[in-house]
Design a binder for this molecule. Structure first.
Ligand SMILES: [Zn+2]
Length: 115
C-alpha cells in the first residue's frame, strides 16, 4: 500500500468577506496581534455582542464581534509578519489559512449548522 504524501496542498476554501468575526476565528483559530504576529487560539466564546478569546500563550481578551474590525481585515488580507513563538502555531494551520480565500459574492458565511 502506498503512503499518502504529507506534502499535498490543502484544498482552497472560500469564505464570505462579511462573515462574522466570531465564526471566522472559531474556524481559523488564529489571531493577528497589533504587532503583526499570529497567535493560536485556544478558546473562543461569544459574550453578547463581544467575543472572548484565549490564545495558546495564555493571553485572554475581549473584542467586539465586528465584521470589519482590524483583526477581521488583517485576517482577510493575510497581514502578518510572523507567528507567536509561545503559541507554536503548526505549519499545517498556516498552510490551511493561506489556502483560505475571502470573496464578496462567493463562499460560506459559516453558519452554526455547517458540517
Ligand atoms: Zn501567542
Amino acid at each position: 500500500m502506498k503512503e499518502k504524501s504529507n506534502l499535498k496542498k490543502p484544498a482552497k476554501r472560500y469564505y464570505r468577506k462579511r462573515v462574522e468575526l466570531l465564526r471566522l476565528i472559531d474556524k481559523i483559530k488564529l489571531w493577528p496581534s497589533r504587532k503583526g504576529f499570529l497567535h493560536g487560539i485556544r478558546a473562543v466564546e461569544g459574550v453578547g455582542e463581544q467575543v472572548k478569546i484565549t490564545t495558546h500563550c495564555n493571553k485572554s481578551f475581549i473584542v467586539n464581534n465586528s465584521r470589519n474590525c482590524r483583526a477581521a481585515r488583517w485576517l482577510r488580507n493575510k497581514w502578518f509578519k510572523g507567528t507567536c513563538p509561545d503559541c507554536g502555531v503548526p505549519q499545517w494551520k498556516l498552510d490551511k489559512f493561506s489556502a483560505t480565500r475571502f470573496k464578496r459574492h462567493h463562499g460560506s458565511f459559516l453558519p452554526d449548522n455547517q458540517k
